[in-house]
Design a protein around this ligand. Structure first.
Ligand SMILES: [Zn+2]
Length: 95
């Protein structure tokens, strides 16, 4: 992928609306994201996630695209913290 400045852009993580997406960066500071990814994040941001009751616990379901962006897979161990009224879930880095 070529940048507006004429140089080649390299694959890199690009931050958008608090998400880290696969995109492209150039040495000149220009960043690029796939329009489909940007649209997906916009949609996900406006779709609340429902907590369901299963036995004595609550289950929160991650839509597949959100799980993919967050790189969370079945069986992954997740660390969590509470910050104010936010529940922050983070993939546990092993090793
Ligand atoms: Zn450039």
């Amino acid at each position: 992928m070529e940048c507006m400045c004429g140089k080649k852009m390299k694959e890199a993580q690009v931050e958008f609306a608090g998400f880290k997406l696969k995109g492209f960066k150039c040495g000149c500071g220009e960043e690029a994201l796939s329009p489909a990814d940007v649209e997906l994040v916009r949609q996900l941001k406006h779709e609340p996630i429902k907590a369901r009751r299963v036995a004595h616990s609550l289950v929160i379901t991650l839509p597949k695209p959100l799980a993919e962006i967050a790189d969370i897979r079945e069986g992954d161990m997740l660390n969590w913290t509470i910050s104010g009224n936010q529940l922050i879930v983070q993939k546990k880095v092993l090793g």
